[in-house]
Design a binder for this molecule. Structure first.
Ligand SMILES: Cc1ncc(COP(=O)(O)O)c(C=O)c1O
Length: 465
């Protein structure tokens, strides 16, 4: 007998307890999309509906567009589930979470070589964007305070950074009313150094931004060179211009793979560093970190004290409420992996990136834009003019499930279109072979030049046993 189908809202969920998930009418009638339904639906049907709809999203493991972590160990997942309902800001109610948070800040400050005679401070944030805005705000206020002391005007702050920055730097300038002095890129130069900042800084510069692994090509700005120059400027002109390091991705790679590269608090003018816990910190989104070299670098003006959660509590994040789970997951990784474990993973992702990059270059189809491989990012452009563009290739690869973006570089290098693959922990050598094979096949299907048989031999599916 056919069940008489009425409106969804006429169904009494309590009568439906016996029904199997897909036998409900919720699966054969439209679901209210833009107005909250008058009545709810059974939990199993709701779960299945939402779950099924989300199958339309991309496969996280094939998402090479994002730097964000897509895999964690089952024990970490368990800790996350256990702590998902704790509001991080409730320090009085969840004091141990705050202790763990402080431990993480301490570990990071030491990892970034904070000076022994200083008292570093820092905080967890939702991601690097929040950490960067907060760090730059601190530098704005420090600059205002310095100007006030000197009885000088403080109405025209500026900030100097390259066009290789992430959009959150531009957001900071606009949201917080600071003139951005953006250094354009050039064909062949996709980072910045001393020469580029020299012409732009002055006594109103609140900070110079330096990137430890740009979002575009994965290369590092010339940080030591900029630091040495700013130290000299401090001596010569008395301008004490801090550097904020955007270590969103590189902050968890450089200390382990390139420990001798000086980019952190070993350098005098580096006063603050952000890093994304949810990138190579190997935690799911959203967790970022901001660390100041010394507590004096975080002016009191941006610290607020609140008492409405119990005890007296200082707060200086842009967000108030947030989940605790990712802070705890970060601590899990620190204990679980230790420096040795992070180094093992960081080296392995770099090696896999080098492997894929070399195969692509050896195919004769691509040139690399990230030859130094300081970040596990494969950034390539087409070597020759082909019948297809990298946008076409990106689109074609999507048919196999790969999510690999193609985009143009920032001004004045915006004529160059590149494709970028972020190699993460769960992108194995095996996956690199499959991807290479798919790229070669996609190029051929798009009418690209016939790939040499020798190259094809390397491709997984082309291999003869
Ligand atoms: C260099 C750099 N800075 C900042 C960000 C923003 O980080 P988040 O997404 O953690 O806010 C990114 C993101 O990819 C980045 O690559």
């Amino acid at each position: 007998m056919l069940v008489n189908k009425k409106n969804l809202s006429d169904l009494d969920p309590s009568n439906k307890g016996h029904a199997s998930t897909y036998s409900d009418r919720y699966f054969s009638e439209p679901i209210p999309k833009y107005e909250m339904p008058d009545r709810g639906m059974p939990a199993n049907a709701t779960y299945q509906l939402v779950h099924d709809e989300l199958n339309m999203d991309g496969n996280q493991s094939l998402n090479l567009a994002s730097f964000c972590t897509t895999w964690m160990e089952p024990e970490a997942n368990k800790l996350i589930a256990e702590n998902i309902n704790k509001n991080f800001i409730d320090h009085d109610e969840y004091p141990q979470t705050e202790v763990i948070h402080q431990r993480c800040v301490n570990m990071l400050a030491r990892l970034f070589n904070s000076p022994k005679d200083k008292k570093s401070i820092g905080t967890a944030t939702i991601g690097s964007s929040e950490a960067i805005m907060l760090g730059l705000l601190a530098h704005k206020w420090s600059w205002i305070n310095r100007r006030k002391k000197l009885k000088k005007k403080y109405d025209k702050p500026n900030i100097v950074f390259g066009a290789d920055v992430h959009i959150c730097w531009d957001k900071f300038a606009r949201y917080f009313d600071v003139e951005p002095r953006i250094i354009p890129m050039e064909v062949g130069r996709y980072t910045i150094g001393q020469k580029e900042i020299a012409r732009r800084i002055d006594e109103n510069t609140i900070c110079v931004g330096a990137i430890l692994g740009t979002t575009f090509t994965g290369q590092y700005d010339s940080i030591k060179e900029m630091n040495d120059y700013l130290v000299k400027i401090k001596k010569d002109k008395g301008w004490d211009i801090p550097i904020h390091i955007d270590g969103a991705s590189g902050g968890f790679i450089a200390p382990f793979v390139y420990p001798d590269v000086e980019w952190d608090f070993r350098l005098e003018q580096v006063k603050s560093i952000n890093v994304s816990g949810h990138k190579y910190g190997l935690v799911y989104p959203g967790i970022g970190w901001l660390v100041f070299r010394d507590e004096s670098d975080m002016p009191k003006d941006i610290i607020f004290n609140v008492n409405y959660l119990g005890g007296e509590m200082p707060t200086y994040t842009l967000n108030f409420s947030r989940g605790s789970a990712m802070v705890i997951a970060q601590y899990y990784n620190f204990l679980r992996l230790g420096k040795e474990g992070y180094a093992r993973i960081a080296n392995s992702v770099i090696e896999n990136a080098q492997y894929l990059s070399k195969k692509l270059v050896d195919s004769g189809l691509f040139d690399t834009l990230n030859p130094t491989q300081m970040l596990p990012v494969v950034a390539v452009k087409l070597k020759n003019k082909e019948k297809f563009t990298l946008y076409d290739l990106s689109d074609k690869l999507r048919q196999r499930g790969w999510i690999i973006p193609a985009y143009s570089l920032p001004p004045n290098a915006d004529k160059i279109v590149i494709m970028r693959m972020v190699v993460k922990e769960n992108f194995s050598r095996d996956m690199a072979d499959i991807l290479f094979d798919d790229i070669i096949q996609a190029c051929e299907k798009l009418g690209g030049k016939k790939i040499d048989k020798e190259i094809k031999k390397f491709a997984t599916r082309g291999r003869v046993c």
